[in-house]
Ligand binder design. Structure first.
Ligand SMILES: CC(C)(COP(=O)(O)OP(=O)(O)OC[C@H]1O[C@@H](n2cnc3c(N)ncnc32)[C@H](O)[C@@H]1OP(=O)(O)O)[C@@H](O)C(=O)NCCC(=O)NCCS
Length: 168
């Protein structure tokens, strides 16, 4: 059995820095309504994509799927022609689940200004070849900030499982 088939849960862990990602996309007319405001669904699509990328980097042997996206509030508008900048990192891992925090910013390319438009917490779950949840590598948390993010992520995970009617 290869490492890919076994899963890497028993192997060495990975640091949040090993999987973090940034993605920049210029918003086009097809991304927006007639007034030029980018659709929330377009932004969520990119949030889901980058969360999947980060989860796949953390658990390369697995098929990673989205289990949940915590509430996302669009606090500032994004317009056609803005650069949408997404940054994503893992805060917490359970056995097969990974909490990925995605921050979304919009850059006005003419003015050179950047604003944060929202943050979302995406839970990705690693599946094996049979579609069963499989263990992911441990998350190596080194500094104070990583430890804080891990503990906060753990609390959020408990809260979201309770909200989903699942016992923790
Ligand atoms: C996510 C999914 C695999 C969970 O399956 P399950 O039968 O509940 O499996 P388990 O009970 O073993 O849970 C697996 C992990 O998912 C987590 N999980 C399950 N439901 C969750 C939810 N609503 N929110 C966050 N995490 C969740 C569990 O806590 C567990 O994490 P852990 O292994 O770190 O402890 C299953 O619901 C599924 O396949 N959903 C569809 C995923 C998908 O296709 N998404 C794309 C859009 S459709």
């Amino acid at each position: 059995m290869t490492a890919s088939e076994k899963g890497m849960g028993s192997q060495k862990g990975r640091r949040p820095q090993d999987s973090m990602a940034e993605m920049t996309i210029v918003m086009m007319p097809t991304d927006a309504n007639l007034q030029g405001n980018v659709f929330g669904g377009t932004i969520l699509n990119h949030v889901d994509l980058i969360a999947g990328l980060v989860a796949k980097r953390h658990a390369p042997y697995a098929n990673v799927v989205t289990a949940s996206i915590d509430r996302m509030i669009f606090v500032k508008p994004v317009y056609i022609g803005n650069a949408l900048i997404l940054t994503a990192r893992i805060n917490y891992v359970g056995r097969s689940s990974m909490e990925v925090e995605v921050t979304v910013e919009a850059e006005d390319l003419e003015k050179g200004t950047r604003v944060t438009t929202g943050t979302a917490f995406v839970t990705m779950v690693a599946l094996d070849k049979n579609g069963k949840p499989v263990q992911v590598p441990a998350l190596i948390v080194e500094g104070e900030e990583d430890r804080k993010r891990f503990e906060e992520g753990k609390s959020r995970m408990q809260a979201r499982l309770e909200a989903a009617g699942r016992r923790t």
